[in-house]
Structure formats: structure tokens, C-alpha cells
Ligand binder design. Sequence first.
Ligand code: FRU
Length: 459
Amino acid sequence: MTTPLTDATSRPQAHFAPAENWMNDPNGLIHHDGLYHLYFQHNPESADWGNMSWGHATSPDLLTWQEHAVALRFDDDEQVFSGSIVFDASNSSGLGTDGRPPLIALYTSATDQGQAQALAHSADGGYTWTKHGIVLDRGTPDFRDPKVFRHDGKWILVAVEALDRQVHLFRSDDLREWKPLSVFGPFGAPEGMWECPDLFPVGDRWVLALSVNPGHPGGGSGMQYIVGDFDGMTFTASRWDWLDHGHDYYAGVTFSGLDGPVMLAWLDNWSYAREVPTHPWRGSMALPRRLSLRGDVLLQSPAVELDRPAVFSCEATPIPVAGFGLPEETRGTARRIETTIRPAGAAIELHVRAGAERGEAIVVRYDEGVLTVDRSGTSNTSFSDSYGLVSRAPVELRDGVLDLDIWVDTTSVEVFADGGAVTISEQIVTADERIGVRIGADRLGATIDSLVITDLDRG
Ligand code: FRU
């Protein structure tokens, strides 16, 4: 079976994708002057990786995005790889003008000679940038992805030596001169290079988030998080886990300028990203996620407010063994499905993006403590041999109840379970006519405690 390629009409509704051409990692995430700024690894000239530059988009609410001109462009001297932005409120860099403090970007300048961290500043709130060259160089080929944050009156920078699987920590007063503090790693995931580190406080703990390629249990690239402590010099680890159990969650980092951590990641996997048959754009972001901890377990919840009436809701409804399709008004390509279910020993299946034929659906299944998402029934699976079909993760019931928050968009399905302790993010490539929702159980006794379906279409 061949599935039509997606095209301009299938662009994501609740996720950012560029109007055209290639995109990978989010860069320079910052909330500034009331707007969220998203920069992204972008090839301004084609839908393939290369000519790396920072594209730019802004949003008032993390849901609707406006794309702007390319912010930091590749040139004859360098490609502009991943990095971060901070608001230099005290003008510690001295790059502010007319009493206006600057935004400062630290990014990886990638050349044939190696990778080093370079600085740029913006005097107009992030729309145009001036490059100032390299400020931190170890003379090595794979030193990259600087993430900067303010801590105890100093600037701290974390960046990876990707192949050593190590994070290097530095400190600075002025964002230009960086002194080494400590080195962390390897730790956690047993293989894969490290990319895009982020270190941030969550309550009274610290979390180090890392992208790992390859080595994710689903195949290819994925993210791990490490819970621990940071004393201003050294990060000490206590526990690690995979951050997302799906095939498509990578290069996630948190926004600067917010009180608590909100992460945005690339909804993709390096093992097939270059082959995804979308046109004229390639690559989209996952939902922004608010992060918190339950003990040592990271919780993730969608960081967008949906101020919309439900298209369907029900309570206390037994799930028939044959299953049932939800009414006409629940049908659509972009839906949020929030539900609490009492399995009572039954295996539960939710079919989303379901077509007319049996087996045509993305299947979210809970059975004996394991949650799986199977994208084989809806997605075009033939564009890459590396495109894995089924993701799985253990999920606990709370007082016998399974809670799911499922975001279905034109090119993705993201599942948040157990209060966000488990997430599974999947990219799909599908035809738009597959839009139904069905729920079923393999034996009698299971009930829906609550179900709310919301429309995500931009309208
Ligand atoms: C992660 C990454 C980064 C690098 C960028 C290049 O996906 O490989 O390490 O800076 O992409 O586009």
C-alpha cells in the first residue's frame, strides 16, 4: 500500500514546522519581551541537511508561530550549529547600545578545522544579529551545542565533547571569557554520542538533559535525562532514564527567561530524518513541555493552553468488547484526547487517525502494565528501513486508573501517560482521510471514567 506523501495541506496544526526546507534542532529558545523565540537548525536553501543556519519563529502562546527571516546565516567561514540565547540584562558583555541590554547567542561555529563556540549579539530583540567570532575553543573536532544559563551571579555554559560522551562545564562573568569548571560523563545510556546538553533546576534538584545518537531502545537517536545536584561547579548524578520512549524526540532544550523549565524538541530521529517524504518542508517540533519531578521521575505536560470547547466528552462509560467508534464530531486530523480509563484487567486500545479499513490506525494500547504505540497501520512505513513501528514503555495505574493525554496532529502522535511520567512521541506520514477515533477492550469490565476530545485545527 502506498500512502500519499504529505504536502503543504498536511502541515502540522499545533506544532511548528518551517514553511519550507530542512529543520532539525531547536536553538536559542528564549521568552523575551512577552514573546517566545524559537530559532532552529535550518538549511535556507534546500530540504536536505546542510548550509546550517538559524531559522527564526516567534509565538505569543507556544501554539501559533510566525516565521521570520533567517537569523544567523552560514557563510564562507562557518556553518552555524546548535546553541542558546540569553538576555544580558546587566550588559555584562558590553555589547548593549544606547542603554539597551543585548540578547547574546552562543552557537557552535562548525568548519573543516573543527568545532568551537562563537558569540553573536542582537540589539533589536532577536531579529537581526551581529557575529563576533569564537570565544571558546578546545581545538577539538566535536565540541558543540553550548547552553548558557545564569547561576549565582555568574554565567554557566555546558557543551559536549560529543564522541567522548562528556559534558564540559564553564563559567564566565562577561559571556566572552570562559573558565573550565568540571567535566561530567559518560553516564547512563551505554552507547551513542552526546549532543545538545541542558542543565536546569527543577524544584530543589537539577536535571541534565542529553541527546544520544544512536542507542535509543526504539532505534536511532533519543534523549536521556539525569537527575542530580549542581553546586555551581560540578554536576553529581543520582538517576537516569530515557526522556521519551517514542521514536521521535531529540535535541530538546529548555527556554531561557521562564521561571520553570519548558522543553522544546525536534520530533524526529536521525536514523531516517533525511528521508521523511514531506514537501516542501522537512522536520517539525514536538509539543513544548513543562517539566517537573515526582521524586526522581521527570514529569512532562503540554505547555500550551487550549482555550477551546470540547468537541466531545463523556463519563462513566463501559467499553464494549467489540469497541466503538466515537461520533462524527470527534473526527479530524488534529485532536487532543484526554482520558482516564479503568482497565479492570482488560487490554485497552485507542485507535486514532483511524481509516475505514480495520488495521488502519495509530494504535495506543495498554496491556498488563505496558503502553505501546503502533504507527504501522496509518503511517507510510516504506520510505526508510530504519522507520521503527512500535514503541513501548511500562506505565503504572494510579488507584486502578490509566490516564492518557494524546495529541494527534497531521504528522505526529504524542502520548503523555501517568501524569506525564511516560511519554511516547511518534512522527507519522499519512493520508488525511484517516481521521476517526475508536476505543475497545479485549474483555468486559473496563470503563471510561472521563474522556474529553478537543479540536486542534487552526480553523
Ligand atoms: C544534533 C546536532 C547538533 C549539531 C546540529 C547540527 O541534532 O547534530 O549536535 O549542533 O545537530 O545541525
